[in-house]
Write a protein that binds this ligand. Structure first.
Ligand code: COA
Ligand code: AMP
Length: 632
């Protein structure tokens, strides 16, 4: 069947379409129907079926006789190790960990925070929670203690599972002190913590509260898979919104598995037993969906890569991993390829490796710039597929469905909507715009299976953030257009979210941190263009009258403050002190104009500006730190 037919079938009869897709996973009791719309505009999928995520991702493959197949390959250039785990081994390890968690009182519905680097144990912790029906929330290792504390207070975990350390090039990231720091800040305290001690750093364990990963599993009864309802939360994943308070995206169990399982064959063109590599991190949605649950549910081998595209040890690392493990499909963020291209502009290192296993490269997480796509296509000789999605959706909104029909690639477009997504471009009043016209991208409700049903503990915020602006639609927060052929183009965010090296960050959250500096009276953070990371945050600081601290010191303090409060991943290193911020007469900061000045782009002075002279002051302040840098 071709793409247009599949899309038409899903539109005409979504229930039949998704019930058929649901046959791809195992149920204890099958659902009576696909869509549950009694509480519209809140929708649920397969709510009355019962199933277990871990059974689908692990046990069912062993039961089907594939226990010897590799489930996980941990390839860590940062520690110089490669470790392979079969499905049968994974089943044993996960059942044992789940048994130990249960022995300490973790049950269906309890929350468990996981704070771990790219080690197989991170996936095992996720799967052990899933085995018990516990709801995990993985926190990315590049976040600071304060961010971890915010998440602890929001999802109130019974237990926290962490590693003693992570490893970044040239430094060990001390996870345990970060965890201790977070617990000192948090109001909520877990009943216990489990620490996976890595040999690079053995952490101090607090008597009574902290348990060693191995010791606490000793002698326990392994746990079986607990059936949960289709609408039971599988996990909560926090993502940046417009304020410092992150949004807890909830994922329901059944829709999640059905959608991911469907996407493995139809979007990524995979077969069970083949090797899939998402070069991301388990702390992000890409890691949840395509390092852990998607490939494992579909019976593929997944790669857990602990390294960087460059410098571990060089720009040939990706090619070595593809060769050594016979990767069929690589999925990463464009920034990784920009980094490789910068270190090895002609792609000379590619010739040193056998990449014959590689059939497709998928890119997502940020806009894929045409230069990078072209470079990758020319050097790798495989289709390079841009696809667009969000933490909220959990899987692709628009892409090129390689397993259904290899549609022509239009560089600059993530191609066409996936089944179940009715994507439209709307004007401010919520009216659909004609092809080729720029507007807000929205998806007509209901969203397909796998997408967020709500936000954790924040249903009202869910309504306000996504459903209110365009009634009857989900507001994506992205702006763009659809061309005459139905191809989508994603141009910009409509809110204060920026994208730094594929990481989604809130400028509002950074502004809250900067405003807490005693000498800062007012501030603004914008995202300026960067040739490697796509965007970089830049702060503008107005100081209090009579502030005694020299401006250079305030800038240094602010850089440190963001690193300490949000984390190194924010990559906040650029800030300038200015006398005033450009505003409209009604007091709204003109951030978009500031971005244009910093990028050296053309712009019209907004008619509503209060005092146009401030733009010259901004220009002068930027030139002191070398902006515009001419490197867009
Ligand atoms: N734990 C602790 N610190 C982390 C971390 C982690 N898991 N991940 C990143 N950091 C730190 C880095 O060490 C760096 O700190 P520094 O300021 O001391 O150098 C900072 O956070 C920024 O990290 P990163 O964004 O990774 O930038 P980088 O300069 O180290 O590397 C790239 C640049 C392009 C190589 C890197 O961003 C990359 O590989 N990106 C791939 C894209 C990706 O994985 N996207 C995820 C969504 S799909
Ligand atoms: P995250 O929730 O971290 O996955 O970030 C989602 C956001 O990243 C989207 O709303 C977009 O702004 C951006 N994004 C993701 N994929 C793409 C893409 N293929 N093209 C353009 N922007 C993208």
């Amino acid at each position: 069947m071709r793409y247009a037919e599949v899309q038409a079938r899903a539109k005409a009869d979504p229930d039949t379409f998704w019930m058929e897709a649901a046959e791809g996973i195992d149920w204890f009791t099958g659902p009576s129907k696909a869509l549950f719309d009694d509480h519209a505009p809140l929708y649920e999928w397969f709510a009355d079926g019962t199933l277990n995520t871990c059974w689908n991702a692990v046990d069912r493959h062993v039961a089907a006789g594939h226990g010897d197949r590799l489930a996980i390959i941990h390839d860590s250039p940062l520690t110089g190790t490669v470790h392979k785990i079969t499905y049968a081994e994974l089943q044993k390890r996960v059942a044992s960990l789940a048994g130990a968690l249960r022995a300490k009182g973790v049950e269906k519905g309890d929350r468990v925070i996981i704070y771990m680097p790219m080690v197989p144990e991170a996936l095992e912790a996720m799967l052990a929670c899933a085995r018990l029906g516990a709801v995990h929330s993985v926190v990315f290792g590049g976040f600071a203690a304060n961010e971890l504390a915010v998440r602890i207070d929001d999802c109130t975990p019974k237990c926290i599972i962490a590693a003693s350390c992570g490893i970044e090039p040239g430094r060990v990231v001390h996870y345990k002190p970060l965890l201790d720091g977070a617990l000192a800040l948090a109001k909520h305290q877990p009943e216990f913590c489990v620490i996976f001690q890595r040999e690079q750093e053995v952490a101090h364990l607090e008597e009574g509260r902290d348990h060693d990963w191995h010791a606490f599993q000793y002698g326990v009864e392994p746990a079986d898979c607990v059936p949960v309802a289709g609408n039971h939360p599988a996990y909560i994943l926090y993502t940046s919104g417009t304020t410092g308070q992150p949004k807890g995206v909830v994922r329901h169990t059944a829709g999640h598995l059905v959608a991911l399982n469907w996407s493995m064959r139809n979007l990524y063109d995979m077969n069970p037993g083949e090797v899939f590599w998402a070069a991301s991190d388990v702390g992000w949605v890409v890691g949840h969906s395509y390092i852990c649950y998607g490939p494992l549910t579909f019976g593929c081998t997944t790669i857990v890569f602990e390294g960087k595209p460059v410098g571990t040890p060089d720009a040939g690392t990706f090619w070595r991993v593809i060769q050594d493990h016979k990767v069929k499909c690589l999925f990463t963020a464009p920034t990784a390829f920009r980094a490789i291209k910068r270190d090895d502009p002609l792609g000379e290192l590619i010739a040193d490796y056998d990449l014959s296993s590689l059939e497709t490269l998928f890119l997502a997480g940020e806009r894929a710039d045409p230069d990078t796509i072209q470079w990758a296509m020319d050097r790798l000789g495989v289709p390079v597929i841009d696809h667009w999605w969000q933490t909220e959706t959990g899987w692709c909104i628009a892409g090129n469905p390689m397993g259904i029909e290899k549609l022509p690639v239009k560089i600059g477009s993530p191609s066409v909507p996936m089944p179940g997504y009715d994507v439209q471009v709307l004007d401010e009043g919520g009216h659909p715009l004609p092809p080729g016209t720029l507007g807000a991208i929205a998806v007509k409700l209901p969203l397909p299976p796998g997408t967020l049903p709500t936000l954790w503990n924040a249903e009202e915020r869910f309504h306000k953030a996504y459903l209110t602006h365009f009634p009857g639609y989900y507001e994506t927060g992205d702006a763009g257009l659809i061309d005459e052929d139905g191809y989508l183009y994603i141009m910009a965010r409509t809110d204060d979210v920026i994208n730094v090296a594929g990481h989604r960050l809130s400028t509002g959250g950074m502004e809250e941190v900067l405003a807490s500096h005693p000498d800062v009276a007012e501030c603004a953070v914008i995202g300026v263009s960067d040739s490697l990371k796509g965007q970089l945050p830049m702060g503008f600081l107005c100081l209090n009258k009579g502030a005694q601290t020299p401006p250079e010191q305030v800038v240094k303090d602010c850089v440190k403050l963001v690193r300490d409060r949000i984390g190194p991943v924010a990559a906040f290193k650029l800030a300038v002190v200015v006398d005033r911020l450009p505003k409209t007469r009604s007091g709204k900061i003109l951030r978009a104009t500031m971005v244009k000045i910093a990028d050296g782009a053309e712009f019209k002075t907004p008619a509503t500006i209060d005092d146009p002279a401030i733009l010259d002051e901004i220009r002068a302040a930027l030139s002191r730190i070398g902006y515009p840098s001419g490197q867009i």
